[in-house]
Design a binder for this molecule. Sequence first.
Ligand code: FFO
Ligand code: GTP
Ligand code: MG
Length: 452
Amino acid sequence: MRADSTTIVALVTAPASGAVGILRVSGPAALEVGRRLAPGVPASPTPRHVYLASFVDAAGAVLDEGLFLYFQAPRSFTGEDVVELQAHGSPRLLRLLLSRALEDERVRPALPGEFTRRAFLNGRIDLTRAEAVADLVAADSEAAVRAAAAGLSGALAERIRALETPLRELHADLEGVLNFPDEAEGADAEAGPRVTALRSAAEALRAEVGRGRLVRQGARVALYGPVNAGKSTLFNRLVGEARALVDDEPGTTRDALEARVEWDGLGVTLYDTAGLREAPGRVEALGIARTRELLAAVDLAVLVLPPGTSRDEASSWTREAGATPVLSVTGKCDVMLEAREEHGSAALPSPAPPRVSGLTGEGVEALRTSVLTWLWGGGTPSAVALVSERHADALRRTAEALGRAEAASRVSTLEVLSGEVGLALEALGEVSGTSVSEALLDTLFQRFCIGK
Ligand SMILES: Nc1nc2c(c(=O)[nH]1)N(C=O)[C@@H](CNc1ccc(C(=O)N[C@@H](CCC(=O)O)C(=O)O)cc1)CN2
Ligand SMILES: Nc1nc2c(ncn2[C@@H]2O[C@H](COP(=O)(O)OP(=O)(O)OP(=O)(O)O)[C@@H](O)[C@H]2O)c(=O)[nH]1
Ligand SMILES: [Mg+2]
């Protein structure tokens, strides 16, 4: 599969007013096209040298004064000749420059992701790094930025290679025994254990998809519990501003409210929900139905209980969250302290859930930490390999083929064993891009923006 030989052009900066806007041309005609717009630039410009140039229209009238950059193939982002015109960031001016570039019949507008696709097809970057480019552009938390940057420098590519190389060697050994049984005798002896080790490595990498998703999309955490427990007050405290209405009237929150926070670099969408109770009013009942729906969809539910909730009550509230994991806290702990002082004991279930007060802020930092620990465990979110659903699917098929290879190593012929190892290799090749179809590339690069 090769990149085609047309020259492509696109605006690479966002289509909005800004300080600078960049037009990028890539392909064999890039330099000629660029020089038609900036005739003051020498015919053989020094690659990677910045020229200050006038950009002109067909009649030679000056449209802008900007920077001209030439990257000579193959030392460019795409691996082709690339010219950049860095103009002032006027969308109208940039459209004029774009249509001038398109007057040349060798030039056409770039498709979404086509520059990156060419970089991949020209062997500048593998597929995981191409995908990291899109992840980086889409990143909306510090952890997502850092994890995508690691992917861009080849962190995932390296881990795939660490799997692909021994798998390829194993396949070569097996084929060797099949084709030259006398010379390669014994090369297949260790095949069983080698397959087993590779299979568990593939499974381990695949298991990181959950963390990858959490970093990419952020986590979803809902506060829920009985009416009037102090959920909205706690929500406001966690968000750091008075977003939700608070009142001593039970049933204050009707619609679920959401707010995006970033905790230790991890994006978290917090939800405040309508308190649950029997026999609510009509509108409140709609809110409660929405709470239940939301509880089923989040990564973690934080159950806020009023002080004095019995253990039985607490566990029946826990069941409301269904399959979603629950972290329980006792709210309004400032009140509870007073009650304790008055009565000398408290009706707490044991072990008592951690205590928080949205009003005073007590225990809120500890709650934040427990939520993070629950979502993330140890380690740093930015260090995660951004295994996507696409990667996980290819890794699953890799592991399945290796599973069949394992069985074949015990009961079947060498042909069958080697065939399954070959299939594993092919599935794994979809991750790095060593074996991909045109159709897969189409779907993959469609989600990129134009100019990327
Ligand atoms: N103005 C501008 N800024 C940009 C880009 C760009 O294309 N233009 N990028 C893109 O979207 C990113 C930078 N990525 C780049 C990656 C590789 C090469 C490059 O020329 N690579 C050559 C040479 C390497 C070298 O000599 O060190 C190569 O890989 O062979 C350029 C940009 C982000 N910033
Ligand atoms: N002393 C004390 N009062 C609190 C605390 N949190 C909330 N309250 C009070 O309890 C009442 C209910 O608080 P909300 O935050 O609206 O409770 P909620 O759980 O969101 O209630 P609903 O939306 O009706 O389900 C209000 O009068 C709050 O001022 C707290 O930590 N300590
Ligand atoms: Mg509320």
